[in-house]
Design a binder for this molecule. Sequence first.
Ligand code: BTN
Length: 168
Amino acid sequence: MKSSAFILVLAVALVPFVIPAERKCQLSGLWRNEQDSLMEISALRDNGDFQGKYLTRVTLTGGCARTSPLKGAQQQPGEGGWPTFAFTVRWDKFSNATTTFAGQCFVDSGGKETLSTMWLLREAVGSLEEDWKATRVGRNVFTRKRTPRGKNLLSSFPSCEDTSSPAP
Ligand code: BTN
């Protein structure tokens, strides 16, 4: 009797080492990148489509950003693999540029999720002669940002227009 109780206790104690942490990658939720930009992705549809909001911390002009809509799609992950995805942000009102991101979700052995992405930022130019300088390329790495229950992107990180004091 005593030995079976000991085996039970031992088995319970070993569970975390035997069963790995959740390795699945969920795109939905709030994410922050190394530039301190935030994005909030809503629940994915059955076909992998998703929508969300993006609040960039940096802008081409250095001016105020506004929360902007994003739309994307996640590839169906293969067995045990992590999904690739792409999304587009249509910068809303403060800019006529567009950015597309393509990336993949990874989960480390501790369960930490990372979105590794590359982006193309296209700004509008006035003529075809200026086309050569209209597209920038870069990389962003996003990690999940936890927010207190009931809080959303806007309440956790207001855009600079929301926080700036009114003109005199
Ligand atoms: C603009 O300034 O005209 C639009 C905003 C561009 C923000 C870029 S998109 C790629 C990079 N990652 C970010 O989070 N922000 C910048």
